[in-house]
Design a binder for this molecule. Structure first.
Ligand code: SF4
Length: 293
């Protein structure tokens, strides 16, 4: 695929991510409306969020004014070159900012200067994975700042939470994060957690869980059970949409794991708000496809 077409494909991917709510998220919010009951304020909040998303899609405008940080997960075969993919994605990011699909969101932490085009050190955030088979598969998350701020990392055992080095301890960490996020992070949200790894890999793995479909089931039976029970438990906390009360505090809980050092037991929790913007693209033999077309 030539460079111009690749850049246009990335631009379309960013546009879709910024302006449309993924179908699994929309379906989960509709289930939330049903669970809350038509006449409740929680159901009205969820309906307003969906109406906001509908108008954004129709008008090709961002779902939220904070269009977040771009996080790309890219798998590519021998027919693609990493450097060229990155250049195309960066050029598309600049164009997407010019077209107002993205707000300028890359700020130098030392000078305070905004780059104005979403490019900077570590911005966008790229994760590359080379494959043997031809083709390109790109997954993009636009991660808003409010929800990023409420993520947490724990080192077990944790005396404050009385959490030990087991799944019961992990459960306490996830409950603690969601409890502390109330009133912030724009609930209902989705939790991506990781057990194990080191300080860095643990957080990266927790964020990667956010790529999973909300309707999937964890391959690990123990984690599948924990995801299901936490989903019920978190939705019984009463926090509800926007923190104003209700039965819909989270739309999904996804938990991954990484092998750990014997001396370390980290639990990292990433949280994403209801404006859960993710989009997928695959390129094969010059043909571009976007999931849920
Ligand atoms: S947390 Fe999400 S919905 Fe709330 S302001 Fe940030 S991006 Fe928007």
């Amino acid at each position: 695929m030539d460079r111009g077409k690749l850049e246009e494909s990335f631009l379309e991917l960013i546009r879709r991510a910024s302006t449309s709510l993924p179908p699994d998220v929309e379906a989960a919010m509709r289930r939330g409306i049903e669970a809350e009951g038509e006449e409740t304020s929680a159901a009205s909040s969820l309906s307003l969020m969906l109406e906001n998303a509908r108008q954004a899609k129709e008008g090709e405008t961002p779902i939220c004014q904070d269009t977040g940080a771009l996080v790309f997960y890219i798998e590519y075969g021998p027919d693609f070159r990493q450097k060229e993919i990155e250049e195309a994605a960066r050029a598309a990011t600049v164009k997407a900012t010019e077209r107002y699909y993205l707000r300028p969101n890359a700020v130098d932490p030392v000078t305070g200067a905004n780059s104005g085009n979403n490019l900077g050190e570590g911005a966008p955030d790229f994760h590359f994975d080379q494959r043997y088979d031809d083709g390109l598969r790109v997954r993009l998350i636009l991660k808003g700042g409010g929800s990023e701020n409420v993520g947490s990392q724990y080192k077990l055992p944790d005396g404050r939470l009385k959490a030990g080095r087991d799944l019961a301890g992990v459960r306490k960490c996830i409950l603690d994060t969601v409890y502390n996020a109330q009133g912030k992070g724009c609930a209902p949200g989705v939790v991506g957690a990781c057990i194990g790894g080191n300080r860095g890999t643990s957080f990266a793995c927790s964020k990667k869980q956010l790529l999973r479909d909300l309707g999937d089931t964890n391959d690990d039976p123990a984690l599948a059970e924990l995801e299901e029970s936490l989903m019920k438990e978190l939705n019984s906390l009463g926090i509800g949409p926007s923190g104003f009360g209700g039965k819909t505090t989270v739309l999904g809980v996804k938990i991954g794991k990484l092998h750990r050092l014997p001396a370390c037991f980290f639990v990292s929790v990433s949280y994403v708000c209801w404006a859960y913007r993710k989009a997928f693209m695959s390129v094969k033999g010059g043909e571009v496809a976007y999931d849920w077309d």
